[in-house]
Structure formats: C-alpha cells, structure tokens
Design a binder for this molecule. Sequence first.
Ligand code: RIB
Length: 299
Amino acid sequence: MKNNILVIGSANTDMVVKAKTLPLPGETLLGGTFFMNAGGKGANQAVAAARLGGNVALVAKVGNDIFGKQTIADLQKENIETEYIFADETAPSGTALIMLNEDGENCIVVAPGANANLMPIDIFKVCNIQEATIILMQLETPLQTIEAVVKMAKENKQKIIINPAPAQLLSNKILDGLFLITPNETEATLLTEVVVVDEVTASIAGDVFINKGVQNVIITLGKQGAFFKNKTMQFVVPAPIVKALDTTAAGDTFSGAIAVAITENMDWQSAIKFAVQAASISVTRLGAQASIPFKKEIN
Ligand code: RIB
C-alpha cells in the first residue's frame, strides 16, 4: 500500500527535566525529575499522523548508534514505513535537551547530529516520493534539502505542508506555490515581520504569506486556538481549556493531524477542529511522542 503521507524531517531522543521553574542563565535549580522520550519534529509529526489514521513513511537520518536503532524500532511499532531512515556513520543521532516548568512551558536546545546530514542526494533515493499525496516537512533538516523537495514536489503537483519550526527565514522560492504553512505566532512573526498576537494580526500575517504564493495558512495561537486563511475565507477555531502539563510536540501533533485530515478530504473547519483537539490532548500529557493521542481519543 502506498504511503500517502510522507514526512521528511528530524528524529531526536529527548532528555527532559521537569522542574518548578525554568533556570535563568547561570542558575542551578535542584529538585527536577528526569525522563527520556522519543522526539524530533519530523518523527513526532510522523507518529501523530500514524496514530490519527494516516498511512505514513518517514524520511530521516539517524546515527549508527543505540539512539538511532531505538528510534527506528519505536517508529516501526507505530506502523510507520522506515525504509528511508538512513544511518549516518559520521554523526551521532539527534538529541534535544528540554527543560519544562510547572505550567508545561519549555526551553529546548537541539543537537541535530545526523539530522543535519539529510541531504538532497538522500531524497533522490526515496523511490515512492511521487506517490505521496502530502509531503510534510519542518525546519530541523537542512534548507537545501527542503528546497530540493519543494522543487520536485511542485513539478509532480504534490501538496506540500511546511511547519516552519524551529523559526527560520524561508526563501520566496520555497513559499511560492506551497499548499499549506503551519507556523505558530513566533514563527509567523519572523516570517512575515507582522507581530502576531491575535486574530487581527494573524490575518495581516496571513495576507503576507498569501501574497508570497502560499495557498493556505494556519497560524496556531496557543490557548487562543488556530487561525485559518486562504484567498476565499478566514476563521479561528478556539482551543478547549485544558490544564497544560507539557506543551512539547503540541505543534507537531497539530501538523500531523492536519496532514491526515487533508488526506481524508475533510473541509478546513473540520480539519482544524480535529487538529486543535489532538494538540489540546497532547499538552495534558508529558513528553513528545508519548503525549500524542490516537484517533479513537478524538471526538
Ligand atoms: O517539537 C518538539 C521537538 O522539538 C522535540 O521532540 C525535540 O526533539 C525538538 O525537535
């Protein structure tokens, strides 16, 4: 069966410490709890799409080490196609150090390792790339690879979704013709130079993306929900009120869910409601992949 959602992105092992507060520079805090968890924006989005009903393949690069092997084994248990997770002999697997406070807010530093070596030449080895209905990417892999995929997918008239996280500037070459972009407020602010804080500012930022050739824009607004805009409509889907334990991977859950909703031909309102619900559940649980819900948990 063909994989209709192809995620191209990072796979990390997350080392997490949850404490009362986040430390200030130079400060040492005592009293946190530690756990390790599968993460990486690409792998998280692949897991979200798979748990929410998608038929998913992940293209990624890991080190030839215990973390890389564990990553592949974990993804296989999620029924994700791992044939194109390459092993790099020159770099360790990606890792992320995450600190969490008691409100579930985080600080993350990523050591990309092998993720930084996922190159256009690797993408050309992916035989079934043209069969994917949706190609979903984030910004933890090199921009030259993202540009190569965008070029190829545009020629094949495939739908590309970019979740522009972590925030980085993107060329007009990438944005022009993009089916969907899913930034949060910070990422939208960097990419459009409009300070996004609410629906009004999200709408102005949405116009900037649309003028650059992006077909559909969803700006996630945290507790305020998600804003949608294209050339014909705009609206906000509010988020349910939940007690956040850990916001890590909420954006990944959202983007993975949207990819599934699109392959299931949901209308935009239903698609975004589905993704907001999935992301809202994820913030009530600890961890990145550990927090991602299954389809049966969504109303
Ligand atoms: O989006 C959350 C992810 O960002 C974490 O899992 C971490 O690995 C970093 O990539």
